[in-house]
Design a protein around this ligand. Structure first.
Ligand SMILES: C[S@@+](CC[C@H](N)C(=O)[O-])C[C@H]1O[C@@H](n2cnc3c(N)ncnc32)[C@H](O)[C@@H]1O
Length: 451
């Protein structure tokens, strides 16, 4: 007799709050919320509105961790470290519904208590019920006002925008005072997916006709389109991809400068979005692009991004140690960085990053810039790009390279003249984009010409 088959997805996963609870638990073990969410949704029977609701619930709870925890601690009258981590997860999900989503109070509390009973045990239901009732006694702005008493301006901003204090302070160094709060708040909005055509393979007008959406305001290759990009046939066929508009502008920089007519190099290529766009642009100049990437699994993603072009000049290599002997005319260093400019994409990221990580990152970035300059002849051009606006990873690096006498800093903002307000605060030759100004990630670029 054959045994009944076990369903691969537990039935309770089809219930939104259970699914959100599981994702927060996975996130505590190190999973990325976005990836865990897509995997869980793919295996669930949830439909449209429920999927959007779970996404808002779990992404919001991960993003608002700082403010939610401060409110829960005040309501509970005890430190969260004295509670079982799973109970904290239930409380965060409940408080997210009560304070940041339009969920009726009784539904948010009753369902959270049920969740706690089912996933943790009867013994914790009284505590969950009592704490969430206290959270519900006032709205978000009253809680924030109450908890702001006695805090410094930056501590208040950290609480209100739900960011670690060091990130607030880092933003303050690179933005006019009036823009710090809008910039931080912009990190709490999930971006609408942006598609990009592969130049030479598909025109933007054709992608718009095929998939719908709106043209991006600045990039000539982009389309803003709500919905699942995986369903777009042109993406499946390798004729288009998914790429933030800011990244598109960065990848296009090297095509906008004069440089020796030699092959191009993408020194930190994985997962390959910029390599693909650069390949289309270089091919129009009858040049090729070599992609170098340290990690094999990410190099494979570069090969996949290039599949529409039918070429795969990708090397697995440490960009600090040349695996090539040819000279390149143009080199992109899209360096590993803190990622402080892409926080809206990764809900939990701000709570995982540490200021102490910057030291090693900055050393790596500088070594990669030096190697890139070694890879071009005099007159060759290097674009140094980060998805971080942090001073130490951006204008400070550029100042150090300039002081070494190895490179001249070109006027990068003038290469994209249609993008207004795109200069870095402390070095007007550098390009700095912002979500609250441009609707892009906070990408930084300096364009360096080897002396
Ligand atoms: C910011 S990402 C690049 C994103 C990519 N340019 C794109 O647009 O798809 C930085 C990449 O550099 C790679 N990396 C880190 N250290 C490296 C090194 N020493 N040499 C080459 N690549 C490195 C990382 O694995 C990561 O894939």
């Amino acid at each position: 007799m054959s045994r009944p088959t076990t369903p691969t997805v537990p039935p309770q996963w089809s219930r939104p709050r259970e699914l959100a609870f599981q994702i927060l638990a996975d996130s505590r073990q190190g999973a990325y919320v976005n990836l865990a969410l897509s995997k869980a949704l793919a295996g669930s029977s949830l439909t449209g509105a429920d999927r959007r609701w779970v996404t808002e619930l779990v992404s919001g709870a991960a993003r608002h961790l700082g403010s939610l925890d401060a409110i829960i601690e005040a309501a509970a009258g005890r430190s969260l470290t004295s509670l079982q981590p799973a109970v904290v997860d239930v409380l965060r999900l409940g408080a997210q519904q009560l304070l940041y989503m339009r969920v009726a109070t009784h539904a948010a509390i009753d369902q959270s208590v049920e969740l706690a009973r089912h996933r943790i045990g009867q013994r914790v239901t009284g505590l969950v019920n009592a704490v969430l009732r206290r959270v519900a006694v006032q709205g978000l702005s009253d809680w924030l006002d109450q908890l702001s008493v006695g805090l410094s301006t930056d501590q208040q901003l950290a609480l209100r925008t739900s960011h670690p204090l060091w990130i607030v302070q880092a933003y303050r160094q690179v933005l006019p005072a009036s823009e710090v709060e809008p910039a931080l708040l912009a990190n709490n909005q999930s971006p609408v997916p942006t598609l990009v055509v592969r130049p030479g393979l598909l025109e933007r007008a054709a992608l718009l006709a095929l998939a719908g959406g709106e043209p991006t305001p600045y990039s000539p290759w982009g389309v803003i389109r709500a919905g699942d990009p995986g369903e777009v046939a042109a993406i499946q066929a390798g004729l288009a991809g998914v790429q933030d508009e800011g990244s598109q502008l960065m990848a296009g920089l090297l095509d906008l400068v004069d440089a020796p007519d030699l092959p191009w190099l993408d020194l930190c290529a994985g997962p390959g979005g910029k390599t693909a766009l650069m390949t289309g642009l270089a091919q129009k100049r009858r040049q090729s692009v070599v992609g170098a990437e340290l990690h094999q699994h990410r190099a494979r993603l570069v090969v996949d991004a290039l599949r529409g072009y039918g070429v795969a000049p990708v090397v697995v290599a440490d960009g600090r140690i040349p695996a090539w002997n040819s000279a390149f005319g143009r080199v992109l260093v899209d360096a590993p960085c803190s990622g402080l400019g892409a926080l809206r994409r990764r809900p939990e990221a701000r709570w995982r990053k540490q200021e102490a990580d910057l030291g090693d990152l900055c050393l790596l970035q500088r070594a990669l810039i030096d190697q890139a300059l070694d890879s071009v002849p005099p007159g060759g051009v290097v674009a140094y790009v980060t998805c971080s606006p942090h001073r130490r990873e951006t204008v400070d690096q550029v100042a150090a390279v300039e002081a070494s006498g190895r490179a001249e800093v070109l006027d990068a903002p003038s290469l994209w003249p249609q993008v207004e307000q795109a200069t870095a605060l402390d070095d007007r030759r550098c390009l700095q984009l912002w979500p609250h100004r441009h609707g892009t990630d906070a990408m930084f670029a300096a364009v360096l010409r080897r002396q």
